[in-house]
Design a protein around this ligand. Structure first.
Ligand code: ADP
Ligand code: ASP
Ligand code: MG
Length: 405
């Protein structure tokens, strides 16, 4: 007998038939004698709609009220899955973040989990009851509902697996595992049997949304065995494991893209000590995460500072910069939301040169202009025009020898 957390994403609970399918899968594990806790996302498309409503009313909406709105999608599916399970003769009960007491910090819209009070859930699982937990949500220090950032149900699932001392955390989704790149845009993408925590973490952080970055971070820290698998087919999935469990290391393990980026250029700021702090300090203070940064040197004592950020943060960032015009002293601000970040990731890069060069050469051969570059020990990222996303990812997938035979 094992204790399992089963997480189902948006497409897996997109309609009532799929909810019945989820309940049947859960019932199978219960019938096999396992203790099961279920974590659900909102129905596919629902969270986008809820976010869209907040943005339409106010681009700079109150983050607490945003959380009040967007957390509702998971409340619906947790109740529906519980009903479907009861209908199949499985004892089940829904749980919202505040009922478990899944406690987070106060960063509304991107909260971090501080603590989960798991004792009551464990007790009920011991009696054969299946808790069906609304993913993505918790409760903050102000006693209000918080959400964990887009894709956050993965993190709910891994955190619950750790808190409930589960033997594994199965992430059921609409693909049958983690691939060398998004199988929806590269038909030749290859499924990985195993991927190292480090590589998965890096892939997730640069846009492979199959797992939310924080869920991988947590799994790595708390040693949770995570498996990604299909909720529609009975196929072996991908195990996320320690680096030393992987026998053969590819230099490049995968390619990811993110279209959720925007580029901002702060034009002609004085080229003096403290200018970066004057720009990025207030942005950090407003909770805007900046990703890639380039500063150009120019001859006339001024410089251009270009950076990227999440596209959703663009209105907020523009306001912060405008509010700080006097201390920064820029001439103008340009922004471009039509950009994409393409990243090549691999643990093997640590010991191999030439990975970045292959990337630059491949993109040049396709006539794709690189706007910004950033690198880390196991990753190279470039910013390009969004219209070249698919072309770039496919060309790089071939160039690094990742295409399925
Ligand atoms: P869920 O709603 O189940 O959480 P998501 O849409 O968040 O599903 O994540 C699954 C999607 O992630 C897949 O449909 C796929 O398009 C995308 N994806 C991106 N990169 C990868 C990758 N390397 N391997 C598998 N899927 C990927
Ligand atoms: N429903 C939330 C979202 O779409 C959380 C999740 O699906 O993981 O971002
Ligand atoms: Mg997801």
């Amino acid at each position: 007998m094992a204790r399992i957390v089963m997480k189902f994403g948006g497409t897996s609970v997109a309609d009532l038939d799929r909810i019945r399918n989820v309940a049947a899968r859960v019932k199978r594990e219960v019938a096999a004698g396992h203790e099961v806790a279920v974590v659900v996302s909102a129905m596919a498309g629902v969270t986008n709609q809820l976010v869209g409503w907040c943005q339409a009313l106010s681009p700079l909406h109150d983050a607490r009220e945003y959380d009040t709105v967007v957390a509702t999608g998971e409340q619906v599916t947790s109740g529906l899955v519980a009903i479907a399970l009861q209908e199949m003769g499985v004892e089940a009960r829904s749980w919202q973040g505040w009922q478990i007491r899944l406690l987070t910090d106060g960063a509304h819209g991107k909260a971090r989990i501080d603590r989960i009070e798991g004792a009551e859930l464990i007790r009920r699982m011991g009696t054969g009851q299946v808790p069906v937990i609304a993913g993505f949500q918790g409760i903050g220090p102000d006693n209000r509902v918080t959400t964990l950032g887009r894709g956050g149900s993965d993190t709910s699932a891994v955190a619950l697996a750790a808190a409930l001392l589960a033997d594994r955390c199965d992430i059921y989704t609409d693909v049958d595992g983690v691939y060398t790149t998004d199988p929806r845009i590269v038909a030749k993408a290859r499924k990985l049997d195993k991927i190292a925590y480090e590589a998965m973490l890096e892939l997730a952080s640069v846009g492979a949304k199959v797992l939310q970055t924080r869920s991988v971070e947590l799994a790595m820290k708390a040693r949770v065995r995570v498996q990604v698998l299909s909720s529609f087919q009975d196929l072996p999935g991908t195990l996320v494991v320690d680096e030393d469990e992987i026998v053969e290391h590819a230099i490049v393990s995968g390619i990811a893209y993110s279209r959720d980026e925007a580029k901002v250029t702060v034009r002609r700021v004085p080229d003096r000590p403290g200018i970066a702090a004057a720009i990025f300090g207030p942005l950090a203070g407003a909770g805007v995460n900046v990703d890639m940064i380039v500063q150009n040197v120019s001859a006339d004592g001024t410089t251009d500072m270009t950076f990227t950020l999440g596209r959703a943060d663009l209105p907020r960032a523009r306001k912060v910069l405008d509010d700080n015009h006097a201390t920064i002293g820029f001439v103008e601000i340009l922004d471009d939301p039509d950009v994409a970040k393409i990243s090549v990731v691999g643990v093997g890069m640590r010991s191999h040169a030439g990975v970045a060069n292959t990337m630059f050469r491949t993109l040049a051969e396709k006539g794709i202009n690189i706007q910004v570059i950033s690198t880390s020990e196991i990753k190279v990222s470039v910013l390009i025009g969004a219209e070249y996303t698919e072309l770039a990812v496919r060309a790089l997938h071939t160039a690094y020898g990742l295409d399925a035979g």
